[in-house]
Design a protein around this ligand. Structure first.
Ligand SMILES: [Zn+2]
Length: 236
């Protein structure tokens, strides 16, 4: 199993590591800073630099459904490294940092809307959350104001773990109706934003909300009777 350094420190931009396996499915490393697609957050991009200086560009990172292998997917056809080769794994940090800002921002948005989350997608510049809401009259300007207010209050974002028993005892913690929280041997990772929001999540987040900067609520779309899709834009 690949050690996932980003779970403990989402600010690690690179690491020295080694190749466990490499085949047409992708490249598996001993440990990595690359987030693998999941929970609505895209997999990371970047490069793997070999000891001879050759660089392999990584287009995506994902978990193989059958084997659970944490795979770095190269861009196009490349000469694969050999197991045991030392590599430096380097993130496209600008992109990942925007995804972190956006992901934390979506948790803040959750705290402002009184409805279950039915889906969502974190994007670099534009993200969305779908809510189970009968009400069609969401005020975009008001939401934008409230969201930026929460951001500027500079709330601490912290990561901790609870047991599955604790989660069962507090079902309101699970905001996403479609996605099961990641569980690791009975322990569930939860992301807290001071007293604003707390929910199970496996994603990468900023340390404090002020890092997010300014955001804007975009289109609010009606996607079925109870489904409201709220788009959020990162303004830089
Ligand atoms: Zn999340």
């Amino acid at each position: 199993m690949t050690e996932e350094l980003f779970r403990v420190d989402s600010y690690l931009m690179s690491c020295e590591t080694s190749v466990v396996s490499a085949d047409e499915a992708g490249i598996e490393l001993d440990h990595t800073v690359f987030y693998s697609m999941g929970g609505g957050q895209p997999g990371d991009q970047g490069i793997l630099r070999l000891i001879n200086g050759r660089e392999i560009e990584v287009a995506d990172c994902l978990k193989d459904r059958d084997t659970g292998r944490h795979l770095h997917i190269p861009v196009g056809e490349v000469i694969l490294p050999d197991p045991g080769d030392n590599v430096t794994a380097i993130l496209n940090w600008d992109r990942r940092y925007r995804l972190m800002k956006m992901h934390s921002c979506l948790h803040l948005l959750c705290s402002l809307i009184d409805g279950g989350v039915t889906g969502g997608q974190v994007g670099e510049w534009k993200s969305r959350l779908d809510f189970d809401l009968p009400d069609t009259s969401l005020d975009k300007e008001q939401l934008t104001m409230e969201l930026n207010q929460l951001i500027s209050e500079d709330h601490q974002v912290t990561c901790s773990a609870i047991t599955s028993e604790e989660l069962i005892a507090n079902p309101e913690l699970v905001r996403t109706m479609s996605v099961q929280p990641p569980t690791d041997a009975g322990s569930i990772r939860v992301i807290g934003i001071s007293d604003v929001d707390l929910q199970p999540c496996g994603g990468t987040h900023v340390k404090t909300t002020a890092e997010i900067g300014r955001v804007r609520i975009g289109k609010v779309e009606n996607k079925g009777k109870h489904n409201r899709r709220i788009n959020v834009h990162l303004e830089e």
